[in-house]
Design a protein around this ligand. Structure first.
Ligand code: AMP
Ligand code: MG
Length: 493
């Protein structure tokens, strides 16, 4: 039987019951206009392209109409924000339209972000200015092409209405796609209320949906905890490996499925420094670059704590199991990170020597104030002298790196790999074209104040091929000049 809806919804989260969400329709907006649609992603999700190009789709993506089968909800959660417990959060400016199952059987949430107030909006207006929508679109799609697990961006529209922040700004709505939006904070919400039945219901849902292998384990809930820890260990190592700073790693911004979520005040680091912070609200550097693994560890401890009643009926034993699992996070994260660093340096396997070499390089980069992305990319150029000049015109390595380079080349040579092979490995792990913060800001500025979306479109296009540098793209690989440096990023809340 042919469905009447262009999107085949199946809303398993809604079926979990009333304590997990509230029904909430998006707010109707005045004059929606399309900014961008991600057709490849839509195609993967089985959404008809012809329909997507229609006005009917624009109205649905703006929240003005509800498609058959969609049963919009705002989900509840709690969370630790900058270390402080907030027992009542929830989707305050996002509405889950429902879930779709892709052609390969994977299930995804379709969510509108910036689509009006919900019962969880507290003092907020439920809206989003255009800037944060464009930032999330650009950075989440870049992360996906860089091979990092992430929520995706399916579409962005402007609302034709103004949103008031520091002044009046154009409003916009992002359609976000995630394997699910279930957070550490979702578990915390029920655990904090001693609602073990709900924690179990949620854990069973997550097991079915994201970790079906764990159902066969002797203790499925312990296996769930272990696997969430493993996915986060890999994720955070990847962030570190590309110089990504999330900016607001609250427990409500950590997804159980292991995807990066909530591109608020995030940025890719330009000049390398371990203490780099961009977020305007992170006054103490809690979410600085070098703290990201420790913060993930802290957040996961809260996840473990929430699962405790399910780990064992004996409290002592449950605590022991939780602690044992949590202890594995740092070594696992560091293991992934060292392997990535080795690959970034053209070494197939991590070793004590590769770790030392990488640490020395980072120290030199920090002292010399070198650009994180370009330094690694320049080393990749140097791996095969027969190759072209690469990014040489954009960054030359200072003489203070000469002795390090000699030791690096010696270690690389021990592998008996062809120079071209080593270079290929390095190029695969060292992007040249990340959406740099000053370019994201430029794209946002042009769209917001000149209604010129061409900068956004171009940056999106260039970021889609992060590893393919050609000199014509120099603008996109060049670090900001001192005047262009963006010192702070804003959540846009
Ligand atoms: P975030 O820091 O973006 O993860 O948001 C934290 C919490 O604040 C979540 O519960 C959001 O739904 C809520 N929130 C953020 N911005 C707004 C807004 N403009 N209106 C209503 N709620 C918001
Ligand atoms: Mg959030």
């Amino acid at each position: 039987m042919k469905s009447e809806s262009p999107i085949l919804f199946d809303n398993s989260y809604l079926r979990l019951g009333e304590e997990f969400s509230r029904r909430q329709l998006p707010t109707v907006v005045q004059d929606p206009q399309l900014i961008h649609i991600n057709y490849p992603l839509a195609n993967y999700l089985g959404i008809d392209s012809a329909w997507l190009a229609s006005d009917a789709s624009l109205q649905a993506l703006a929240g003005n109409t509800t498609l058959p089968g969609s049963d919009p909800i705002a989900t509840v959660y709690a969370g630790h924000q900058f270390g402080s417990w907030n027992p009542q959060l929830g989707d305050g400016r996002a509405i889950l339209l429902g879930e779709v199952v892709a052609s390969d059987g994977k299930r995804f949430d379709l969510q509108l972000k910036g689509s009006g107030q919900t019962p969880f909006s507290r003092m907020g207006d439920g809206r989003s200015p255009l800037g944060p929508v464009l930032r999330e679109y650009l950075v989440s799609e870049a992360m996906a092409t860089l091979g990092v697990a992430t929520t995706r961006s399916l579409a962005a529209v402007t609302t034709g209405e103004r949103v008031f922040r520091e002044g009046a700004l154009p409003g916009a709505i992002l359609t976000r796609v995630a394997s699910s939006h279930i957070r550490v904070g979702t578990f915390q919400f029920f655990a904090a209320r001693d609602n073990t039945e709900a924690v179990k219901k949620l854990a069973d849902h997550v097991l079915q949906r994201h970790y079906p292998e764990a159902l066969d384990a002797a203790n499925p809930y312990l296996s769930l905890l272990q696997q969430v820890i493993e996915r986060q260990a890999k994720l955070i190592a990847q962030w570190q490996g590309i110089g990504f700073i999330h900016g607001v790693m609250n427990t409500d911004n950590m997804l159980i499925c292991g995807e990066t979520v909530d591109y608020g005040p995030c940025a890719f680091m330009d000049t390398y420094h371990p203490e780099t912070v961009y977020s305007s609200i992170d006054h103490h550097g809690r979410y600085a670059y070098h703290n990201q693994p420790a913060i993930a560890h802290w957040n996961l401890a809260w996840f473990a704590q929430s699962l405790m009643p399910l780990l064992d009926t004996d409290e002592e034993r449950a605590l022991q199991l939780a602690q044992q699992a949590i202890k594995t996070f740092m070594p696992a994260c560091n293991g992934h990170y060292q392997q990535l660093l080795a690959n970034k340096l053209g070494l197939r396997e991590a070793s004590e020597q590769s770790a030392t070499l990488a640490a020395e390089l980072l120290q030199l980069m920090s002292t010399e104030k070198l650009d994180f992305t370009l330094t690694f990319r320049r080393l990749a150029d140097l791996a095969d002298p027969a190759a072209g000049p690469g990014v040489e015109a954009l960054l030359q390595l200072p003489a203070s790196l000469d002795s390090w380079r000699q030791r690096w080349q010696d270690l690389v040579a021990q592998q008996n790999l062809a120079a071209a092979e080593i270079q290929a490995l390095m190029y695969r792990h060292n992007p040249a074209l990340i959406p740099r913060n000053h370019l994201v800001e430029e794209a946002i500025f042009k769209a917001t104040y000149d209604q010129d979306f061409s900068y956004f479109e171009r940056l999106l296009e260039v970021s889609a091929k992060p590893f393919d540098y050609v000199p014509e793209l120099a603008k996109y690989a060049t670090p900001p000049t001192p005047e262009q440096v963006v010192r702070q990023t804003f959540c846009g809340t």
